[in-house]
Design a protein around this ligand. Structure first.
Ligand code: ACM
Length: 739
C-alpha cells in the first residue's frame, strides 16, 4: 500500500515525464521494496564512502571493482565523510539481524546500512543487481528503499570435487556466483572413494596416489589442491561473505585414502582408487588406534586451513562388514559395550566429534551419523528423507536440509520450477523445533558432472534455491522466472555456462531402422542455440566439426562422436556411439523374461548394432533384475555362423554383477535346440571396479542355423559384505553380435 502511494505521489509530482519504475529483478527477492522518487545517476564524481576498518574498506573496494567491471565507471573510494554524489556504506546498529541490511537509493545518494559487515556486503550485492548487467548507456537507478534479511542462516551449495576434480578458477567462479545470490556456505566435498583432493603434508601419498585414478579406457585422471590453493579459495570466499566448510569423508567413502595407505582399513589389503561409482566395502578400521591417529593428523591440517567453526565428516553409506570381520574391531565393540555395527559407527563419529570439539570445531555429518545414537551437539545434514530430519530434531541436533535439493538430478526431473516450489520446511516437526533448523544445502554430486556441465547443473537452479532460503514468502513463480530472465545477460557477460530451466542440455537417442538400414541419432536440445558437432573418426569434436540440428542419419556402421556447443564453447563431455556391423542386425529378438522396464531401451535394443557406453543408464544397455537373461534371435534364414559375442557389465556398487554362466544354443526350426557351449564366469561380487566382460562362442566347425539363443545365469542375491546384501543382482548386456 505504501509502495503504491509513494509511486502515485511521485508520478503526480513529476508529471508525465517520469515512467513507472521497472519491477525489481533482484534474486533472491528482498523482504520489502518500496519505490521512491527520482533516480540516482552515477557519474565520474560519484564516490564510495566506506567504514574505515579493514573489512569496511574491503567491501568498498569490492563494490568499486564490481561497478568498474560492470559499467566501466571508475569511482573513488573514501573512508571519510564526503559531500556530493555518493554511495555510503555505514554501520547502523538499528538495522537488526546479523545479515540484514537497508539499501536506500535517492537522488544524489545511495546508502547501505547494516549492523555488521555481513549485512553491508549483501547490501552491496543487491546494489550491483540494480545496475545494468554490462556496459550500457544508462547509469541511472530509480529511487528505492529495500529492507532485507534472510529467513535461514545456513544457505549452502555443496561441490563434489572428488568424483570429478574441479580446478581453482572454476571453484572461484562458483564463489562469485553463489555470493551474488547470497548463498553463504560452500560445502567443499574434498575426499571420496574416487579421489582425495586436498594436500596433507604429513601424508603425501594421499594426493600422490589418492588423487589419481585409471579410467576404464586406461587414461589417468585426477588432481588436487595444494594447501596454498586451499588458503587462496578460502580467502576468496571470505571476501565474498561465503564460508567454506570442508568435508573429509569417514569412515566410509574412503577408498582413495586406503589406496594410498592400505593399513587404514581392517583387512589392510591394497585397493586401487576406483573408477566406478557406488558404495565400497573398504572403510577406515574402527578397531585400530592408528586409524584415529591418522585422522587426528589429517584434521589438524584441515582445521588449520579452514577458519570455519565447522568440519563436515561425511558419515554416510558405511558398509560395516569389514568391522564385523575384524578381530580388533570386534574387541572394540566388546570393550565399549556396543551392540552392533551401528554402535561402532556411533563410537567412531563421537570420537571424531570430541577430537574436533577440542579444536573448537563443530562436527557436521550426513544423517547416518544418527545410527547407533548421535551427540546432540553435532549438526545433521538430512539427505535420506524427512524421517531422518525428525529423528535429528527429536535428538536435539541442529539440522541442514539437503534431500530435496540434489542438483545432480537431471534438470528435466528437478526443474527450476520444481525447485522453486519445493517447500522443504513444511514438516510440522520443523515448526516444533525452530531454533534447530539452520537452513539447507543444494549438493552437486559429480559422478556425472564434470567441469563441462557443472554450471549447467547449478544455474539457474541455484537461484531458485537461494530465493527459497532467503525469502520463503516469495511464491510467484512467473515473477521469479521473469527475474531469472533478467539475470541471463549478466551471466552471459561472464561466460557462465548455465543450463536450461526445465530440460536436459541434450538428450540423445540412437535407434536403428531395419527397413532402411539406417541409424538415426536424435538429440533433444535444451536450448535452441545449442549446436551439435560430430566426428566419424573417433576424434573429439571441435567448434569446426560438422554440425547437425536435431537428427543425424547414418547408413553405415562406425563411430559417431558428438558434443554440444553453445556460443562456440563445448558444453558437455562428448558422447561416443559405436555401431558394429553383424548378422543379427535388425533381426526379430524375443526374451523369455522381460527386462527391467527402466533398462529396456527399445525392444530390438540387443540387435541394433549399437554397443553400450560406459554409462549403464545410456539406454543402450538392457538390464534384468534378479532373473536370468535369455534372448532368442531369428536370423530369418539359415546362416553360416562363425561367432556369437555378448558383453556383460559389472558395476557392483550399482548392484550389477556378471552372470555365473552363459550358454549358447542354435536351432533350425526354433523348437529343437542344439547346445553349443556353456561358458562359466568367475564372479567376484565385492570387486567394485567397473568391468565390461566379453563372452564369445567361436564355432569349432562349420555351423549353420536359423535361430540362436543366449542364456545368462544371474548371480543371485548380493552376498554378505555387500552394501545391498540379500538384494537381487542385475544382469546387464548391450548387444548380441553375430559373425
Ligand atoms: C549422500 O548423498 N550419500 C549423502
Amino acid at each position: 500500500m505504501r509502495r503504491l502511494t509513494t509511486l502515485l505521489l511521485g508520478l503526480a509530482m513529476a508529471g508525465c515525464a517520469v515512467a513507472a519504475p521497472a519491477p525489481s529483478t533482484i534474486i533472491p527477492q528482498p523482504q520489502t521494496i518500496q519505490a521512491g522518487q527520482g533516480t540516482f545517476v552515477f557519474g565520474r564524481d560519484t564516490r564510495i564512502v566506506a567504514p574505515a576498518d579493514p573489512r569496511g574498506r574491503e567491501i568498498g573496494s569490492f563494490l568499486r571493482d564490481a561497478i568498474r567491471a560492470q559499467t566501466g565507471l571508475v569511482l573513488h573510494l573514501k573512508n571519510a565523510p564526503a559531500k556530493g554524489s555518493r554511495i555510503e556504506l555505514r554501520i547502523d546498529p538499528s538495522v537488526h539481524g546479523d545479515e540484514a541490511y537497508r539499501l536506500t537509493v535517492a537522488p544524489g545518494r545511495i546508502t547501505i546500512a547494516a549492523s555488521g559487515d555481513r549485512g553491508l556486503f549483501w547490501g552491496a550485492q543487491t546494489l550491483l543487481q540494480l545496475l545494468p548487467p554490462r556496459h550500457a548507456g544508462t547509469r541511472a537507478i530509480p529511487a528505492v528503499r529495500i529492507d532485507d534479511a534472510p529467513r535461514y542462516a545456513w544457505r549452502g551449495v555443496m561441490l563434489d570435487v572428488a568424483r570429478h576434480f574441479m580446478p581453482v578458477p572454476l571453484v572461484k567462479q562458483q564463489i562469485d556466483l553463489l555470493s551474488r545470490y547470497k548463498i553463504n556456505v560452500l560445502h567443499w566435498h574434498l575426499t571420496d572413494d574416487q579421489g582425495w583432493r586436498i594436500q596433507i603434508q604429513k601424508y603425501p601419498r594421499l594426493t600422490r596416489v589418492g588423487a589419481w585414478r585409471t579410467e576404464a579406457d586406461g587414461s589417468r585422471s585426477g588432481g588436487f589442491y595444494t594447501q596454498q590453493q586451499v588458503r587462496e579459495v578460502v580467502e576468496y570466499a571470505r571476501a565474498r561473505n561465503v564460508m567454506v566448510v570442508p568435508e573429509i569423508e569417514m569412515p566410509g567413502h574412503a577408498s582413495a585414502a586406503i589406496a594410498a595407505y592400505p593399513s587404514l582399513s581392517c583387512p589392510r589389503r591394497p585397493v586401487p582408487v576406483p573408477a566406478s561409482w557406488g558404495v565400497f566395502a573398504d572403510i577406515y578400521c574402527v578397531g585400530d588406534e592408528a586409524t584415529f591417529a591418522f585422522l587426528h593428523d589429517v584434521l589438524d591440517e584441515v582445521a588449520a586451513l579452514f577458519p570455519a567453526p565447522y568440519i563436515h565428516i561425511g558419515g554416510d553409506e558405511v558398509p560395516k562388514q569389514q568391522w564385523l570381520d575384524s578381530a580388533p574391531s570386534q574387541a572394540r565393540m566388546h570393550d565399549e559395550h556396543l551392540a552392533d555395527g551401528e554402535g561402532l559407527q556411533s563410537y567412531f563419529i563421537k570420537r571424531i566429534q570430541r577430537d574436533l570439539a577440542a579444536r573448537g570445531k563443530t562436527l557436521v555429518g550426513w544423517d547416518e551419523i544418527l545410527e547407533g545414537g548421535a551427540d546432540p551437539q553435532a549438526i545433521v545434514e538430512m539427505w535420506r528423507g524427512p524421517a531422518e530430519a525428525r529423528k535429528a530434531l527429536a535428538n536435539g541436533n541442529r539440522l541442514i536440509v539437503a534431500g530435496p535439493f540434489y542438483l545432480d538430478t537431471p534438470i528435466d526431473k528437478l526443474t527450476l520450477e520444481d525447485l522453486y516450489r519445493t517447500d522443504a520446511f513444511a514438516d510440522p516437526a520443523f515448526a516444533a523445533h525452530p531454533g534447530q533448523v539452520l537452513g539447507a544445502e543444494a549438493p552437486l554430486w559429480s559422478e556425472r558432472v564434470t567441469t563441462r556441465n557443472a554450471e549447467a547443473m547449478l544455474y539457474p537452479r541455484v537461484l531458485a534455491f537461494a530465493e527459497r532460503l532467503w525469502n520463503p514468502q516469495a511464491h510467484d513463480y512467473a515473477d521469479f522466472q521473469r527475474r531469472v530472465g533478467a539475470q541471463y545477460p549478466w551471466l552471459d557477460a561472464r561466460h557462465v555456462a548455465y543450463g536450461p530451466e526445465d530440460r536436459d542440455l541434450v538428450d540423445y537417442q540412437l535407434s536403428f531402422n531395419p527397413q532402411h538400414l539406417r541409424w538415426r541419432l536424435r538429440a533433444a536440445r535444451g536450448f535452441d542455440d545449442v549446436q551439435l558437432r560430430y566426428t566419424l573418426d573417433g576424434s573429439e569434436p571441435t567448434a569446426q566439426s560438422p554440425a547437425f540440428g536435431d537428427v543425424l542419419d547414418r547408413y553405415a556402421p562406425g563411430t559417431i562422436r558428438v558434443a554440444p556447443f553453445r556460443h562456440g564453447v563445448p558444453y558437455l563431455p562428448s558422447q561416443t556411439f559405436e555401431i558394429v556391423d553383424n548378422r543379427a542386425l535388425g533381426k526379430p529378438v524375443s526374451y523369455r523374461i522381460a527386462p527391467d522396464p527402466r533398462y529396456t531401451g527399445t525392444p530390438a535394443q540387443l540387435v541394433d548394432g549399437v554397443v553400450g557406453t560406459d554409462d549403464f543408464r545410456d539406454g543402450l544397455w538392457v538390464g534384468w533384475k534378479g532373473s536370468d537373461m535369455e534372448a532368442t534371435v531369428d536370423l530369418q534364414q539359415p546362416m553360416a555362423l562363425h561367432s556369437i559375442q555378448l558383453r556383460f557389465l559389472q558395476q557392483s556398487g550399482s548392484w550389477i554383477l556378471l552372470p555365473h554362466r552363459v550358454d549358447f544354443a542354435v536351432s533350425d526350426d526354433g523348437k529343437a535346440w542344439r547346445a553349443l557351449q556353456s561358458i562359466p564366469i568367475v564372479v567376484d561380487p565385492l570387486d567394485m571396479r567397473a568391468t565390461v566382460h566379453a563372452v564369445r562362442f567361436d564355432a569349432p566347425a562349420p555351423l549353420t542355423a536359423r535361430y540362436l539363443r543366449v542364456t545368462a545365469q544371474n548371480y543371485g542375491r548380493l552376498p554378505a559384505g555387500h552394501d545391498g546384501v540379500g538384494q537381487p543382482a542385475y544382469i546387464f548386456t548391450d548387444e548380441i553380435l553375430v559373425q
